[in-house]
Design a protein around this ligand. Structure first.
Ligand SMILES: [Zn+2]
Length: 488
């Protein structure tokens, strides 16, 4: 009996000590005491979602949402390419691989594409209302051509040799630029796609140069141990709202970190002359959510999408989880896969990945008044709001739609680029476990996924000459959001 009560006392002491430790961490650093996933809308009858009863079948799977797998996914061919070496010498070679635009007018297109993908002859890239972009593997071009001819499905070859495009995409800087780089104190330009080291060096440089308004913190580490660096721009007014912006969740979408760093540069370098809207917001930027994947796209496989943590099941090992299917709001639903070899693998549980966990822990534990969350992806030119998990919208979707349309019109007025606005499940296809759904579920009012340029001419392999114009028009869209947030 005595031993028993001593054990109870001991347990109590341990519990009290542990919670005391958690609570004594400095503000912004404290981490939630458990890993349970908060889904406020699930148990709050006041905020139930509005289900949209759609007549039309979601027949135009687009962009990343396209890779939807049916119930047969568990018997996917085990000969899928598994692991690529991480050594810089061995690069995945896309010589002879092609990008085709496939018309979706023909009713059997989806079935044909699904079967070809299961046979590992093609993969899917993106698309729009009338077509789907597919990557045809080099050794399958003849075979796939025959299939489409037989099925009478019209195609257009958009990229004849993918490797050639990859080789031309990110040329070295000219000597004058390199000279400038050396004098400036950081290596970042918007004339090239830069490595993580340059991006982080640029962030550190700004924190050092503008210590009164810029600070940098690592909010955690990636699977391979790289820092997840967040840069904050703030004049410290206690009335400021906060906006969180991230990029590079998907490794191959290079235009995303380039655009987010462009915003950082604009606000940090010109803070004194910036508008009050910009100054009345505490900005948090995480330009590379998935640094391991991003580095992998520079060194080994230009088209890598997921993170780099291996996933093991009883039958096979594959590398990487789709971080944008790993967030803990309605995790594990439609448009995600339980197969570790899938491009849309959701992970073994919500927030099983260090990158998504660090991001969500940071937002949850921060005392900043987050009013907007924007995550930049590519491609397709869409401005998307929740929900992604199913064909439903949040109760305040009209606000989101109205703001989204005003952002799109500011983007269009810059140089004519047209962005479509809508809920991600409605406009595209259901995809659960996305970061935008999770942010909205946390009560962050304005949550958007922005799919940057282009609409398929270059797809993920967008030449560097696009960086500046795409970032500039995106900044104009962001200014509209800032004005809305600042006036709340
Ligand atoms: Zn993406």
């Amino acid at each position: 009996m005595e031993t028993w009560s001593r054990t109870v006392v001991l347990l109590l002491v341990i519990t009290v000590t542990c919670s005391a430790l958690i609570n004594e961490l400095p503000p912004g650093k404290e981490w939630p005491a458990n890993n349970s996933v908060k889904q406020p809308f699930d148990d709050d009858p006041e905020t139930t979602t509005i289900l949209i009863l759609s007549e039309k079948e979601p027949s135009n799977p687009i962009a990343e949402h396209l890779e939807v797998e049916g119930p047969e996914e568990t018997i996917i061919d085990a000969s899928l390419p598994v692991l690529r070496s991480t050594s810089p010498e061995s690069r995945v070679d896309y010589t002879g691989a092609q990008i085709w635009k496939v018309s979706t007018q023909n009713t059997n297109v989806r079935g044909v594409i699904y079967r070809l993908r299961r046979r590992n002859l093609i993969s899917t890239w993106g698309g729009n209302q009338s077509s789907i972009d597919i990557l045809v593997k080099s050794n399958a071009v003849n075979n796939v051509t025959r299939v489409f001819k037989r099925e009478r499905i019209p195609i257009e070859v958009v990229i004849e040799d993918l490797q050639q495009r990859i080789n031309e995409e990110n040329p070295p800087l000219d000597p004058n630029e390199v000279e400038l780089q050396n004098r400036r104190g950081h290596r970042m330009t918007w004339k090239q796609y830069h490595r993580v080291e340059d991006i982080h060096g640029f962030m550190d440089y700004l924190a050092k140069t503008y210590p009164k308004i810029v600070s940098v913190n690592s909010i955690g580490k990636s699977y391979e141990g790289r820092d997840l660096k967040v840069l904050r721009i703030s004049d410290g007014k206690p009335t400021n709202k906060a906006v969180f912006i991230d990029g590079g969740i998907h490794a191959r979408e290079w235009i995303s970190p380039a655009t987010v760093t462009y915003f950082i540069n604009q606000f940090a370098e010109n803070f004194d002359v910036e508008t009050d809207d910009i100054k009345n917001i505490d900005w948090y930027f995480l330009p590379v959510v998935n640094p391991d994947g991003y580095e992998h796209t520079h060194q080994s496989d230009r088209l890598w999408r997921k993170n780099k943590k291996p996933s093991r099941t009883t039958s096979r090992t594959c590398i990487g989880t789709d971080l944008n299917r790993n967030f803990g709001y309605r995790w594990g639903g439609k448009g995600s896969s339980g197969n570790p070899c899938s491009e849309i693998y959701r992970g073994s549980s919500a927030f099983s990945e260090p990158e998504s966990k660090a991001l969500s822990d940071f937002i949850k534990s921060s005392s900043a008044n987050f009013t907007a969350y924007i995550t930049y992806h590519s491609y397709g030119q869409y401005l998307l709001y929740p929900w992604g998990y199913d064909n439903a919208v949040p109760p305040d979707y009209k606000d989101l739609d109205e703001l989204g349309n005003r952002m799109a019109s500011a983007i269009r007025q810059t140089r004519g680029s047209s962005y479509q606005v809508g809920s991600s499940s409605g406009l595209l296809y259901p995809a659960s476990g996305g970061s935008d759904d999770w942010a909205k579920g946390q009560g962050i009012r304005y949550s958007f996924t922005i799919e940057l340029s282009d609409t398929g001419r270059y797809g993920f392999i967008l030449p560097t000459s696009f960086i500046e114009p795409v970032a500039r028009e995106s900044l104009n869209g962001l200014r509209v959001l800032a004005a809305q947030v600042a006036k709340l």
